[in-house]
Write a new protein. Structure first.
Ligand code: XMP
Length: 311
């Protein structure tokens, strides 16, 4: 693929579509929305408003980090704090699909409000080919493939959606990012799902439980930086498991899974052969930094039959 040509064509299309109206981009800091935001900014400059919805389901220090990275590119990012709204919507929900639905509807509610306030008529969205394929196949309902899950963005939320990357898979999206001159920390970033840490939290997503997932993800990411992999993260399972205290008493605590996979485009994946010493270091840190943990597991599942995330 000729990335320069692709980028040029998309920039032109965005410019022609938006004309002198306003557009808004919901930046998550992931590769897809980051590349989309840069394309849109090149196309329409200040007519683009970039928002980052802090849904409370982000990794450690993510909102500030993203804002800083984009400031370096000359793109202003406004952070919308909405953690409370998301946790309220997720309260009491344990079914994976119910959680995805609650996330999706809250996202579009919060986002719709921001769009109306900005008077934007267009939404720039980082949907990629894998999202569409998996939604079509019914593997999962991606929060960013609106029309495929029967939601009309125009009718339901009042804006038109522009999806410049919908024909590309992840490796091509990264290449476009590189062509656009984005720094490696952005275009070579691990994918991070739209519903955030909720996809790594089985059972109810409370602030306390998401806090555990956040710490687990931080540990796994930090300890696997030097290995070639597609994604690496920690997961909180829904059950409780027996542990034992230093003075020999039984206690029930959290089960944490380590997930690290190799993949080309997220459609298939295999577990990464992490060195034993690395796994041991991760489990040691998890017990130290997450005192409620009583079991640490390494997930060996390939996709299929598994998926990469947990919901
Ligand atoms: P699964 O878990 O289906 O994930 O094997 C495949 C890839 O997609 C990411 N993922 C998502 N990305 N919205 C997104 O933008 C979503 O709802 C979503 N769910 C999963 C996941 O991290 C992996 O890279």
């Amino acid at each position: 693929m000729d990335c320069k040509k692709f980028a040029r064509r998309q920039i032109e299309t965005i410019r022609k579509t938006v004309r002198d109206a306003r557009a808004i981009s919901a930046l998550s800091g992931g590769v897809d929305s980051s590349v989309c935001t840069v394309l849109a900014h090149r196309a329409i400059g200040d007519q683009l408003r970039v928002i980052f919805i802090d849904d409370g389901l982000m990794r450690q220090d993510e909102p500030q980090w993203v804002k800083k990275q984009f400031a370096k590119l000359g793109i202003k990012v406004s952070i919308i704090r909405a953690a409370g709204t998301f946790f309220k919507a997720l309260k009491g929900k344990t079914d994976p699909e119910d959680k995805r639905k609650a996330f999706r509807h809250t996202f579009y509610k919060v986002f719709g409000k921001a769009v109306r306030a900005s008077k934007a008529q267009f939404l720039i969205q980082g949907t990629i080919a894998a999202d569409i394929l998996e939604t079509k196949k019914g593997v999962k309902t991606q929060h960013n493939v609106l029309d495929q899950i029967g939601i009309s963005a125009k009718k339901g939320y009042g804006f038109h959606v522009i999806e410049p990357l919908k024909t590309l898979y992840k490796p091509a999206v990264r290449k476009v990012g590189r062509t656009l001159g984005m720094p490696e920390v952005l275009h070579a970033r691990m994918p991070f799902p739209g519903p955030g840490l909720a996809t790594r939290c089985l059972g109810e997503c409370t602030p306390r439980r998401i806090g555990i997932v956040r710490r687990a993800c931080k540990i796994v990411e930090e300890e696997t930086t030097r290995f070639k992999k597609f994604q690496a993260f920690g997961v909180l399972l829904a059950d409780r498991a027996t542990g034992v205290t230093k003075d020999g008493r039984r206690r029930f605590g959290d089960l944490i899974a380590i997930r690290c996979v190799n993949s080309e485009n997220a459609v298939t994946a295999t577990a990464t052969r992490l060195p034993w010493a690395t796994l041991m270091k991760i489990q040691k840190r998890i017990y130290k930094e997450i005192p409620s943990a009583t079991k640490v597991l390494y997930d060996l599942s390939p996709k299929p039959p598994s998926t990469i995330e947990y919901i």
